[in-house]
Write a protein that binds this ligand. Structure first.
Ligand code: GRF
Length: 224
């Protein structure tokens, strides 16, 4: 006898801008056999371009404008948390969400909130990662999906994608190569987490069994 498939995890994607990673997650989740569904897209600004593409894909959208809360960052986070609760969300994916949280929201969603960062963490935390990677002369660059903890761009690493740096790269050409890898990486990482393959042990992620190798995505030089 085979048991019923576990219910799909309800995922909220938080965006501030164009939402191309959000679109990659929506595309992956359009397969009903996938372990997660995108149940909500939340933006902190009404002009986030990704809102329109989410709505076009029939995904519920909402806006919690950070500006309305002024300096009161916790009140902004409570408002986000209320939306997540109202939508019955299980997991949160930050995807180009350009607000720093106080420790409150990451604490409340500990082990249930992911972020994608355009660098191979722990290298190049923060902004302008591609220009800084070029300035440092690294030969390999990439992206990381990690659980969110109060400290920025830290937290247990779920999966990473590596891309080559070419001698003639600019920050823009490198960003485009990394972004294409991000669009493969985030669905892969969310599938692992939503499928209950990932455990956090002593601040590091353990990925179950045969899925373990899936946490590393290497984009070979001749295809990038
Ligand atoms: C991505 O490069 C992501 O890694 C970073 O912000 C960018 C968002 O792009 N956190 P998009 O909105 O997903 O297109």
């Amino acid at each position: 006898m085979t048991g019923a498939a576990p219910p799909r995890k309800r995922v909220a994607v938080l965006i501030s801008g164009r939402g191309s990673n959000m679109a990659a997650l929506i595309a992956a989740a359009s397969d009903p056999a996938w372990p997660a569904e995108i149940a909500l897209v939340l933006a902190n600004r009404a002009d986030a371009a990704g809102l329109a593409s989410a709505a076009a894909a029939d995904i519920a959208t909402t806006v919690v404008e950070h500006r309305r809360y002024g300096e009161d960052r916790e009140a902004f986070e409570w408002a986000i948390d209320r939306e997540l609760g109202a939508a019955g969300i299980d997991l949160v994916c930050l995807a180009g969400f350009m607000r720093l949280f106080t420790p409150w929201l990451p604490g409340r969603w500990a082990g249930r909130m992911l972020n994608i960062h355009p660098a191979l963490l722990p290298a190049f935390k923060g902004v302008d990662t591609h220009a800084r990677a070029l300035a440092a002369g690294v030969r390999i660059h990439g992206a990381t999906v990690h659980f969110v903890v109060p400290e920025m761009d830290s937290g247990p690493i779920v999966a990473q994608a590596a891309v080559p740096v070419h001698p003639d790269d600019t920050a823009d050409t490198l960003a485009a190569r990394v972004l294409a890898a991000e669009h493969r990486l985030y669905p892969l990482a969310l599938k692992l987490v939503a499928g209950d393959r990932v455990r956090i042990v002593d601040g590091r992620c353990e990925i179950a069994g045969a899925a373990a190798a899936q946490g590393a995505l290497l984009v070979p030089a001749d295809s990038a």
